[in-house]
Write a protein that binds this ligand. Sequence first.
Ligand code: CO
Length: 212
Amino acid sequence: MRLLKQLFDSNRAWAAEILGRDPEFFSKLTRQQSPQYLWIGCADSRVPANEIVNLLPGELFVHRNVANVVVHSDLNCLSVLQYAVDVLKVRHVIVCGHYGCGGVQAAMRDSRYGLIDNWLRHVQDVMQEHQKQIASLDGETKRFDRLCELNVIEQVLNVCRTTIVQDAWARGAPLAVHGWIYAISDGLLRDLSVCVTGPGEIAAAYERAVKG
Ligand code: CO
């Protein structure tokens, strides 16, 4: 109960397997990290960032929260973004949502779970923003899927509007912001075609992606 032996056992097996492939792997990692990508994803246990894109420790900087929301006053997310962009100098920020997101579903159904309802209010704002489009879709599954997608698109917009990304672009840093969605049902990622590489692209990319 106190020791979670199983997890320590599997950790040792995992580390041994990595060392079997590359005896220097961990010693190289202690010297530095130089990831090219920042992943902003959902905390859902079925959407493990590194595994989905088959990247090793050191290759992906990660921030996860319920429903992959980027809020302009969230010091946690903003700190991750700022460190990734300014210090690690990542080239890509990926906002990755997923179909079947419990957070998005709770927002859509206006379910009550407690404190988290306040966090999911941000997803309800997304729903309100695109109420007409969502209501025009046939059936709850389609509406739910679309809200999962629209939530990603809105969060891409939020990332692009931060002072961090705006300043990076202003100084000419090569930085692309992407919106992806993952399907738990087949393990595959889909690009929502909302890639933004500069402030002049935001409006058109957003409009295009929202139209779908
Ligand atoms: Co989720």
